[in-house]
Design a protein around this ligand. Structure first.
Ligand code: FES
Ligand code: FES
Length: 162
């Protein structure tokens, strides 16, 4: 066992875990942040997405030893993304909800990026950015709609109508 110091959702934290523990397990099992989900456990589904210094990363394949920077989990970003969460609900962007924290976390990062100016590119831009986040329930259209609607509300794509 070893102590690792982390910065999570604006607070300092210390976890006492074996070296090479996935960040996901440190967050869920040591810090009780269970909003971040584990599905595949091998970097293929996006359920475990967290932000590290604003970048969406897969916490199941990111070792606690290697994690440097400000970690933000769904618990930490939920309030400032209330509009995105509402759009997910309004658009039918989830059913079982298991993938949803990862989807919202990755989408929150996407909503900080520059968006294409060309309306025709918007759909493929969002689909490509979200392609690492698997959903077994929804068929994705509701998720894409929710993200685009949020971008429109935030003025990322003024005048864009899908
Ligand atoms: S649980 Fe991390 S990518 Fe699937
Ligand atoms: S809502 Fe069930 S996996 Fe996405």
């Amino acid at each position: 066992m070893a102590e690792f110091r982390l910065r999570v959702n604006g607070q300092d934290a210390v976890v006492d875990v074996p070296p090479a523990t996935p960040l996901l397990h440190a967050l869920r099992d040591e810090l009780g942040l269970r909003g971040t989900k584990e599905s595949c456990g091998r970097g293929e589904c996006g359920a475990c997405t967290v932000l590290v210094d604003g970048a969406p990363l897969l916490s199941c394949v990111l070792l606690v030893d290697e994690t440097v920077g400000e970690i933000r989990t769904i618990e930490g970003i939920a309030e400032e993304n209330l509009d995105l969460r509402e759009m997910f609900a309004d658009s039918g962007a989830f059913q079982c909800g298991f993938c949803t924290p990862g989807q919202i976390t990755r989408a929150s990062a996407l909503l900080q990026e520059d968006w294409p100016k060309d309306d025709k590119s918007i759909d493929s831009f969002v689909r490509l950015a979200m392609s690492g986040n698997i959903c077994r329930c929804t068929g994705y259209s509701g998720i894409i709609d929710a993200i685009i609607a949020t971008a429109r509300r935030r003025g990322k794509i003024p005048g864009h109508n899908r």
